[in-house]
Design a protein around this ligand. Structure first.
Ligand code: AR6
Length: 173
């Protein structure tokens, strides 16, 4: 795996100049707070209009829309699991989010994609555990299908940033 493909930055995902950004949505796909609210605000109301046509999204699945007023051409919406203590299939569901987003992006020929830390805000998934799952999925996808030029983990706070860096450094040493 080319470690240059994976980047970890601190910042706002709505400002990323990548082909696709991932939204940590809820199953209605009709907007919310956190990163979802920020993406809808930055993309404009056309995003909501297109989301209304999608019929929602199940946990662990992913659906794609245009990015409208965002720098990113596409938004891949996924629904992470709500943390219920760890015995409710949360790990597997979170892994499926990353895998399904990467799969959908690869199918569309997207080469640059940015992820937020899915489920670790309003859905309370533990940050370090989520970072491990995210990195595992991204690395194993890249090992199987090295089709991306850039995969960016966009961290909105210091905890997410340090956990992600710790996990990546462990994996590439
Ligand atoms: N750019 C990057 N990351 C962000 C941004 C941003 N602009 N804003 C927040 N984050 P959350 P969830 C981080 O709560 O846990 C919504 O209401 C945030 O600090 O956005 O998957 C949906 O509609 C955290 O690290 O998503 C759902 O109802 C991470 O993004 C629910 O929240 C995820 O936090 C989904 O909850």
């Amino acid at each position: 795996m080319d470690k240059q493909v994976i980047r970890i930055i601190k910042g706002d995902i709505t400002e990323q100049e990548v082909e696709a950004i991932v939204n940590a949505a809820n199953s209605s796909l009709l907007g919310g707070g956190g990163v979802d609210g920020a993406i809808h605000n930055a993309a404009g109301t056309k995003l909501l209009e297109e989301c209304r046509t999608l019929n929602g999204c199940a946990t662990g699945e992913a659906k794609i829309t245009q990015g409208y007023d965002l720098p990113a051409k596409w938004v891949i919406h996924t629904v992470g699991p709500v943390w219920h203590g760890g015995n409710s299939d949360e790990d597997r569901m979170l892994a499926r989010c990353y895998r399904n987003c990467l799969k959908l992006a690869a199918e569309r020929g997207i080469k640059t994609i940015a992820f937020p830390s899915i489920s670790t805000g309003a859905y309370h998934f533990p940050i370090q555990r989520a970072a491990e799952i995210a990195m595992n999925e991204v690395i194993s996808f890249l090992n199987d299908r090295p089709v991306f030029d850039r995969i960016v983990f966009v961290c909105f706070n210091d905890d997410t940033f340090s956990s992600s860096n710790r996990v990546l450094n462990e994996r590439i040493k």
